[in-house]
Design a protein. Structure first.
Length: 125
């Protein structure tokens, strides 16, 4: 590992600690940055760098260099191959699995909370 990579790793570690402190403080980003004496833009820059480094490491660990880009995509069912009709009583299990992550819920789980969860997960990578 060269000195630039070591310095970058140190900075990422340092900012990860700062972000953990901000989270534990309960303050908004703006208030925390003002109290800490640095600009919000620095905080958001390093948050983005941490996310990118995390995604790169995850891709390296999983040995999948071409990970799917985060976000949502439309899924369409073929008219000639519809899903079978199933009579089901009670909650219907829903499972979303991607990039080694599985999210399970029932159809009774509030859709707005599921969308928020998916957005949070997709913002990590």
């Amino acid at each position: 590992m060269n000195t630039r990579a070591i310095a970058e790793e140190y900075r990422l570690s340092h900012w990860a600690g700062i972000m953990q402190e901000r989270k534990e403080s309960g303050l908004s980003v703006r208030a925390f940055c003002k109290n800490a004496g640095f600009h919000e833009n620095s905080y958001f820059y390093w948050r983005r760098k941490l996310r990118e480094a995390t995604c790169e490491e995850l891709a390296r660990i999983q040995d999948k260099p071409n990970m799917v880009q985060p976000g949502f995509m439309e899924v369409r069912l073929s008219a000639h191959n519809p899903l079978p009709s199933i009579i089901h009583e009670g909650p219907i299990p829903v499972c979303i699995e991607t990039a080694g992550l599985r999210i399970s819920a029932s159809n009774e789980y509030p859709i707005d909370k599921l969308v928020t969860l998916l957005r949070e997960v997709s913002s990590i990578c």
